[in-house]
Design a protein around this ligand. Sequence first.
Ligand code: TMP
Length: 271
Amino acid sequence: MKEFWPTMDFLKPRLIPMNRRRRIYEGKAKVLYEGPEPGTLIQHFKDDATAFNAKKHQIIDGKGVLNNRISEFIFQHLNNIGVPTHFIRRLNMREQLIKEVEIIPLEVVVRNVAAGSLSTRLGLEEGTQLPRSIIEFYYKNDGLNDPMVSEEHITAFGWASPQEIDDIMALAIRVNDFLSGLFLGVGIRLIDFKMETGRLWEGEMMRIVVADEISPDSCRLWDVKSNDKMDKDRFRRDLGGVVEAYTEVARRLGIMQESEATRPTGPQLVQ
Ligand code: TMP
């Protein structure tokens, strides 16, 4: 019997040690590994912060853990209200199990209030309420610095079909409505955010789902009372206190216990 086992390896549970998992893709702030089953991936959140197409780079201890938890919270709620996402479940402090999708090469930005590149482009004072929410598309291409594109470019170059653009815009509006309410309820104004989408194949059927992450790295979040920035602009603009701001977002959303979020990583003084 014993000599049979080597040929029956397929019966053993497929546990892959961390260091031998196949790396599928490494981005600026995340790594994707092969998942435990076909059609799944593991999304790992790093502590790297980049801005201006990675010209500025820094390791911010604890950022990955916070973004993993905040993004889990948002994606789980989106799944619960029937907005389809790639998210399955969180696995540990830095990783989540996700469905493998074909990423559509567009960054979808939804803006409620003028800030950032919109303010620069159109000369609008940051903080000006927009007449209505505005959706913009950027072509995901680091070599080109993610240029803004129109629906004409998207369909002409075949990045997405007109029907897919409609689906993406409908998803973006639902995500914006959900996030605006969620954050307003905890005293945070959702200025704008970026989301990504992917094609999820289920047999012969395909549908567009929300992918990647939604976290303070990809949103502008301002405190309602003070207008303090609680997002990655703290890093982009050298304001400091990045982890403190992300921790406060997590705390207000009720994700992390205060003690857990602020627990020091080094030895603790026992009193
Ligand atoms: P922007 O004002 O710089 O165009 O940014 C709009 C929103 O998109 C803002 O919430 C930050 C987010 N964003 C990303 O998530 N990744 C990026 O590479 C950029 C440029 C912006």
